[in-house]
Design a binder for this molecule. Structure first.
Ligand SMILES: [Zn+2]
Length: 52
């Protein structure tokens, strides 16, 4: 069994900047959503997964 991982971006839901990258297991079906600090919005904003 291959243990595939793929890179995804975490995109700010307000300014749409891709501030973070992370690894995600290919098998995981859920969408990543994380509250992270956005340096463009200068506050914590929900960041949502975007594919490369
Ligand atoms: Zn932002």
């Amino acid at each position: 069994m291959k243990n595939k991982e793929r890179h995804v971006f975490l995109e700010c839901t307000e300014c749409k900047n891709r501030n973070y990258t992370t690894n995600k297991r290919a098998r995981a079906e859920f969408k990543l959503e994380k509250s992270k600090f956005c340096r463009f919005c200068r506050k914590h904003v929900t960041h949502r997964e975007k594919k490369l």
